[in-house]
Design a protein around this ligand. Structure first.
Ligand SMILES: [Ca+2]
Ligand SMILES: [Ca+2]
Length: 119
């Protein structure tokens, strides 16, 4: 039992997800033309056929809009740092579980335009 517990502790980041690593991974995966910014087209190319699903396309566009601070249609590293940095409420460079929870609640908020107004 003690060994299992050690293995589990090693697999799960104890204090949270490193924002720096998260952004590095995201740009490695999504910046297809390596120009240093993630464009809307790159995100949809990565999604492939999934990007044609209207609901998913809507959510992805909402998320891109949230990150794209200067509204030029692409996400620069500095824009990602600034959005994720706002979630890092204790400013330790890590997103802890409670901080990620806040982020998921905000994500659900992005879907609000889809909910028809109460009659
Ligand atoms: Ca790019
Ligand atoms: Ca931008």
């Amino acid at each position: 039992m003690a060994m299992n517990k050690t293995a589990a502790t090693a697999a799960v980041p104890v204090r949270g997800v490193s924002i720096r690593n998260f952004i590095d991974d995201a740009f490695k995966g999504l910046d297809l033309n390596k120009d240093g910014v993630i464009g809307r087209a790159e995100v949809f190319e990565t999604l492939g056929p999934l990007g044609k699903e209207p609901l998913l396309a809507f959510v992805v566009n909402q998320i891109i809009g949230r990150f794209d601070g200067n509204k030029d249609g692409s996400i620069a590293q500095s824009e990602a740092v600034s959005v994720l940095g706002r979630l890092d409420s204790d400013q330790d460079g890590l997103l802890s579980l409670p901080e990620i929870r806040v982020a998921s609640i905000e994500l659900v908020g992005l879907l609000a335009p889809l909910v028809p107004p109460a009659a």
